[in-house]
Write a protein that binds this ligand. Structure first.
Ligand code: OAD
Length: 284
């Protein structure tokens, strides 16, 4: 049965009990998958998709996030993605991103699976890896080779791609790219340096397959004891099914979200709070 921090009788005592229950589940789990969505980046200042001020309340996904939209009007699609790239580059990982990165760096049985394309988890992992290197260096005289170990990046599965990468529509060459895109005309759009093809954001659009990443996500989710779900409406498949894989394999789900979601019923503990409000405390 779900324990819920917003239910009747959920005062400070209820919250403490639920937080302890969630902590215990995470501590004892034989592996943890953390699944995140746009809500984890909301307190960094980035819009979610389906909240009242979300992207999909202002735009239609079929105009901006489908292969057909890109074919029809690549300038419109690129200008929207470039605005999102600029917004993401202008903000910082928040305490929830950092707590997740610290948690993942401290255990070797944690996989972070995100639907976000904003790179904030990767940036948090880099910040945490740097501060752990500095701490290690301060605490002991370790060799430079040892210092470089433990960059949390390898453990992040980005299900929907990354807006700071481009992919060639002709030869599929992928490149990291951070500089602004000039989407004022078709002639100024970015082109592949290898074959001259038009570049697109390396993200997954509606109607496109998620490929190998989702297969890996499902396998991981079925092997762990707990799936911690933070800041997703769980409305988009197949990503929303990751937590159900854990449940089906006998594991538990802990959810952090100020609102109920279709997953809430299947959770062991539902912390009805914001990511920054509870994740650092939960993972400390
Ligand atoms: P949504 O916008 O659908 O959901 C955001 C969730 O975050 C909601 O359930 C909110 O209640 C919750 N939320 C809002 N603020 C929060 C906070 N401060 N802390 C914690 N949670 C908070 O975003 P996603 O679930 O990520 O895909 O959307 C999934 C996919 O739909 C996206 O990856 C994107 C979109 O279309 C593509 O573009 C392919």
């Amino acid at each position: 049965m779900t324990q819920d921090t917003s239910g009747p009788g959920s005062g400070a005592v209820g919250r403490d009990r639920q937080l302890s229950a969630a902590r215990e589940l995470l501590r004892d789990a034989r592996g943890v998958v953390i699944l995140t969505g746009a809500g984890v980046s909301a307190e960094s200042g980035l819009r979610t998709f389906r909240d009242p001020d979300g992207h999909w309340k202002r735009h239609r996904p079929e105009d901006l996030a489908t292969p057909e939209a890109f074919e029809r009007d690549p300038c419109l699609v690129w200008s929207w993605y470039d605005a999102r790239r600029r917004a993401a580059a202008a903000v910082d990982p928040n305490p929830a991103h950092l707590a997740i990165a610290e948690f993942a760096a401290g255990r070797d049985d944690v996989i972070l699976i995100t639907q976000n394309v904003d790179s904030l988890h990767t940036r948090a992992a880099q910040i945490v890896a740097k501060s752990r290197r500095e701490r290690t260096r301060d605490e002991a005289n370790v060799s430079p080779r040892k210092e470089q170990a433990g960059n949390g990046n390898q453990k992040i599965l980005e299900l929907h791609g990354n807006i700071f990468r481009t992919r060639c529509t002709r030869c599929a060459d992928r490149r990291e790219r951070h500089d602004p895109i000039d989407a004022s005309s078709r002639g100024t759009l970015p082109r592949c340096t290898a074959c001259g093809g038009l570049l697109r954001p390396d993200v997954v659009w509606f109607g496109e397959p998620l490929g190998e990443a989702i297969e890996r996500a499902f396998v991981c989710a079925a092997q762990v004891g707990v799936c911690l779900v933070v800041g997703t409406s769980a409305m988009v498949q197949p990503a929303a099914s990751v937590a159900l894989m854990t449940v089906r394999a006998g594991g538990e789900v802990v959810e952090v979200n100020p609102a109920r979601t279709p997953l809430t019923e299947a959770t062991a503990v539902s912390l009805r709070e914001t990511a920054v409000g509870v994740v650092p405390e939960l993972l400390r």
